[in-house]
Design a protein around this ligand. Sequence first.
Ligand SMILES: [Zn+2]
Length: 264
Amino acid sequence: MKPWLVLVCLLTPVCAHAQPWPAWNRLLQALAAQHLEISGADPRRARIETIGKALIARQNPRPPWDFVVVASPKIDAGCCGEGAVYVTSGLLDLHLDDDELAGILGHEVAHGIMRHVETNQQPQMLMEQARKDQQTALEQVDQLERERERLASEEFQRRQQELAKQALELKERIAIIQASARKVELNLRAQEADADSVGLQLARLAGYREEGLLTALAKIQEAGGSSPNLAGYRHPPIAYRLGRLRQLLQILHKLSPPDLPARP
Ligand SMILES: [Zn+2]
């Protein structure tokens, strides 16, 4: 049985009705790999849910979303795909206000809405399939060698050419996948910038101060928060994000006055 399946069975009440969607499964796998659990009893979860639901309120159509607290002293938040966002108890221990939490959650929700995790995982899944196909092709070559004696020479050559053609196609496929994996690598920083930008606008639309992410990141930096996160993703250095966010906020304030809609 895969480790995450075991985890589904053993988890605290919040996961007893674990959702089957892929992002949720990815979250459980990431936690299982690090022997971490969702803290179903953490009273701060209700606050995370309220803010998270306000951030996704305008998404249409809207898939199922879950906002959970992971029991870990690490200062961290992450998105495991559209619909699954976590924050750690370590992050909540920084006592961020609602605007700051909305900033952090808005960034993660933006990753989810833009389906960054799903996009980034695609080359990996295609590569796994290519590896399986490569293994099958190698077994077919072995099989043909074993049958060589009893096959007519034309039949042997026909099958040999077929396998050679398959091998060539496979080689081309792998080269294409490797190229798209490199593209994903190059896109990561752009995705982070997009998540900061979209995230703070989601926070603003939900009635939170858009500076929340900026002050939250400053507090995380002061507390020594680090990358990569529990889900294995690496955010750019906080100092870089802070600089970029300050520029972004200046532009936004020039474009529109910082008046807020009523908070839900
Ligand atoms: Zn991010």
